[in-house]
Design a protein around this ligand. Sequence first.
Ligand SMILES: [Zn+2]
Ligand SMILES: [Zn+2]
Length: 242
Amino acid sequence: MVAAILLSALAMSVIVGVRYLLASGGFALATRIRQPGLYRGLEKQMGREIGWSLASALIYGAPAGVVAWGWQERGWTRIYSDVRDFPLWWLPLSVLLYLAAHDTWFYWTHRWMHRPKLFRIAHAVHHASRPPTAWAAMSFHPWEALTGAVVIPALVFLIPIHVGALGCVLTIMTIMGVSNHMGWEMFPRWMVRGPMGGWLITATHHQRHHDQYNCNYGLYFRVWDRLCGTDKGLGDFKKVGA
Ligand SMILES: [Zn+2]
Ligand SMILES: [Zn+2]
């Protein structure tokens, strides 16, 4: 049994690592095409980002793998696979609840990690990317990776979710984690600068966190930042070659 649990944890780490390489690699390629030269001179930094991210994949995979084993073998968790087990409207609502819960956890642990002592121990690695690139999505010190790794494995015990909806949450998490760091905005201007962008976080918003540190702490939504007065609005990107 212990071997099966360890194997599941290891398999999940490999999956998370491969997912990272594909997602970050894909967006790095898109950056090459859309913003040629944007990452010029950042090769060493990108190497470090990949190293920290792969270490984070190992940490993210461990609790996820243990919970996945428990789900399959012991009936743990509130993940369901028959879509008729809950009303259909629960599908989008559960996705939204997962994102909101993750966002809340992230906002407060992130603010906490900006206290000087903790910053040096846990969060400086993430901010060593100046400016961040598509490879920085999981570039965290192991302490920080640990705070992120427990969220979804804990939520599946609390909030019922269809396995497909969970896949949707993980996809959004991956895409936003990468695109928020890639150094340019992929969403249309009407969305980012319009009413929707007032509440949703995309690359332009997170860029300002990496520029100024003491604002824009959120992950998906600007709700906590706006409620707590830490939202300093959208950032801007340095022009290539400037
Ligand atoms: Zn960041
Ligand atoms: Zn930060």
